[in-house]
Every structure is written in C-alpha cells, then in structure tokens.
Design a protein around this ligand. Structure first.
Ligand code: SAM
Ligand code: SF4
Length: 342
C-alpha cells in the first residue's frame, strides 16, 4: 500500500467524530484479529493440506503497512488486538510489529495485545513478548503424546512446544491452552490434558473442528460435538457454568476437582455469533467481517480507509452458517483458517 495514502487516511480516521464501529445488529466492534502470515512451520491435519500453496511473498503487506492498518482500527475504537496466522512467530522480524503495537498499550489506546501461537518459537520470544507489553497468549496444543503430536501437526515437535510453554510461564505470561477436540484422536486424552493445564495454572479451551478450506482428510471423521465431550467429562468432573468471559466466543465452566477453568468454543453445536465483537484482517490487507462468511473488504491501496472500514462494518453479517455432516461434506468457506487466523 502507498504509505502516504495510509498516513492520510490514518489522519482521517483519527479526525473522525464517529470513532466507534457498531454493526447493523448493534454489536460494537472492539476486537481486531490480524493474520500476519498464512505460512506455518506445522501442517495440522484439520487446518492445512500437506502441500499448501501459500501467498507469494510479494503480495504480503509489509509490517509497517500492517502497523498502519492496525493503528487505523485502534483510532476507530478497537481495544483488543490479537496476532495470529498461520504461525505469527515465524513471520520475519515480527517483533518489530509487536513492539510498535505494544506502544499503543503504553499510550492507553489499546487494552490488550495478545497472540495465538503453536508455541514452537516461544522459547526464543517469550521474554521479548513480555517486554513489548504482551501479558497473555493462547498456545494451541491438541495432545501431550509426542507421536500423536507429530501425527496431527505433521511437522511439529512436542518437546519444543513444551519448552516454549515453560519459557512463556517463566517469563510471566498467562497462557491459555487451546485444543481442537477430535473424535478418535484426542477425545480420550482430554481429561489428562485438562489436569496437566490446570495443574500448571493454565486455562484449557476446547474447540469444535470447523469446515474451513480443503484438507487431505474428511473432517466429519473426527468431528466431535462438545456437548458430547462435556457429558463425558461430567462422568469424572464437576463442571459449573460461570459467567466469566474474555470477549470471545468461549463459554466457561469451573472444574471443581482441578480448580481450573475450562472453555468451550462451539461454533457448530451452538452458534455464538450474537455477541461477536471482532473483525479479521489478513496479511494482504483483506478485512473479513465474519470467520465463516466470504464477504470481505480490500483495505489495500485505498485512500479512504476510514470510509472503507465503516462500509465494511455496515455489512457485518449476523453470523456464520457452518454445518458439518456427511451431506454437507464440503468446507463452508474455501479459505483455510490460517488465512484469517483462528
Ligand atoms: N498457528 C497458530 C496456532 O496454531 O495457534 C495460530 C493460527 S491457528 C489457524 C489458530 C487456531 O485455529 C488454532 O488453535 C487451531 O487449532 C485452530 N484451527 C485451525 N483450523 C481449524 C479448524 N478447521 N477448526 C477449528 N479450529 C481450527
Ligand atoms: Fe499452523 Fe496453527 Fe494451522 Fe497448525 S493450526 S497448521 S500451527 S496455522
């Protein structure tokens, strides 16, 4: 994007008297998720095909351009920003962007800067993340079994991720573990994963697999409704619904036996869209107003950025239409989760 054009539009955004974004359903958009790269050092089977075609590097916005777009959203009322991907920590020089965005927290313009990561690079970056103002992160981890970990991530190494989590905790980061619940893969292990996470002071959030992008497998084979998982957990644990929210789609329960918190993200069995407060920006400057819909706005090369953002927000749909069953055996959206970030 033309730098001068973005500077000009940022000024317009900052001047704007309507510094808040409210969609047609009255939902204030205060949360921006940014996929800083579509690339990743893993190939999780439910997320990516083994042989992926990634965006040509020349199509990516520079980190400076991404920073300017993020600033425009902050000027329009975004208070929470999450970097995701692909794997955000494999993008070259990503700490530049994180440091710049950290300054927005220092200046009181942003409440929280966080990221979702596969953990593989955390040993290297944990201390610096804290230094930049990051206070909590989500680490995706579906199993504690090294062989299964290799199987599900295709390329990942469990010890590296566990070392990364140790480094994050040692650096003082609050860590939440995210696991996709997969039938006949990790469902039997979820109690152990929960005891392990809670034992280390980490929340665990379970996610239902979503039909996004073609992968090499049939997602129906491993789809596990969390309503079912919850019933299974209730055979051994006392789960108490609590009103705790992090501004996201997770609903939380306290687990009496472990003293920890379990989150359940159920896009398939319970549509959580009514409280959606977020939009998603890709590394090429495309803004998606819903994870599960195709409508998007191109923020690249646009001299009227604030206006384009307003127009996009006015089109934010009520919700997604994810369905996963044998009849609808196709992704609901063609793009992979790694394009818009989970
Ligand atoms: N690479 C980082 C990571 O794995 O945490 C960030 C990006 S990843 C796309 C974000 C989250 O999306 C991960 O927790 C991952 O498990 C989840 N995810 C990916 N594909 C998914 C799918 N089809 N259904 C549900 N969750 C998915
Ligand atoms: Fe990479 Fe995250 Fe997708 Fe796994 S879930 S392939 S770690 S982007």
């Amino acid at each position: 994007m033309n730098t001068a054009a973005i500077d000009q539009t940022n000024a317009r955004s900052l001047d704007s008297t309507t510094a808040s974004m409210v969609d047609p359903f009255g939902r204030a958009v205060t949360y921006l998720r940014v996929s800083v790269t579509d690339r990743c050092d893993f190939r999780c089977t439910y997320c990516m095909a083994e042989h992926m075609t990634f965006l040509p590097k020349k199509d990516l916005l520079t980190l400076e351009e991404l920073h300017r777009l993020c600033s425009a959203f902050i000027a329009k009322g975004v208070r929470k920003l999450r970097l995701t991907g692909g794997e955000p920590l494999v993008r070259k020089n990503i700490m530049f962007l994180i440091r710049e965005l950290g300054k927005e927290i220092e200046a009181g313009r942003l409440d929280e800067l966080t990221l979702t990561t596969n953990g593989s690079q955390l040993s290297k970056f944990a201390a610096e993340l804290v230094d930049c103002g990051v206070r909590r992160i989500n680490v995706s981890l579906d199993t504690l079994d090294p062989d299964k970990f290799r199987q599900i991530t295709r390329w990942g190494e469990l010890t590296k991720v566990l070392e990364g989590i140790d480094a994050a905790l040692a650096a003082g980061l609050k860590v939440k573990i995210n696991a996709v619940a997969l039938k006949d893969f990790n469902d039997a292990e979820i109690p152990e994963l929960m005891r392990w996470a809670h034992g280390r002071g980490m929340d665990l959030t379970l996610i239902e697999t979503m039909p996004m992008g073609e992968v090499d497998e049939d997602r129906t084979d491993h789809y596990l409704p969390l309503s079912e998982m919850r019933k299974r957990l209730e055979a051994d644990f006392t789960l108490k619904d609590i009103p705790y929210r992090t501004g996201g789609p997770a609903r939380y329960v306290d687990v009496l036996e472990t003293g920890g918190r379990l989150g359940l993200i159920t896009p398939m069995t319970h549509n959580f869209c009514e409280s959606c407060n977020r939009v998603r920006l890709t590394c090429t400057g495309t803004l998606y107003m819903c994870l599960g819909q195709n409508d998007a706005a191109d923020l690249e090369d646009d001299a009227y950025l604030a206006q384009v953002i307003d127009d996009a927000i006015s089109r934010k749909p009520k919700g997604h239409d994810f369905i996963i069953d044998r009849e609808h055996n196709r992704p609901a959206v063609a793009r992979h989760m790694s394009v818009t970030g989970g």
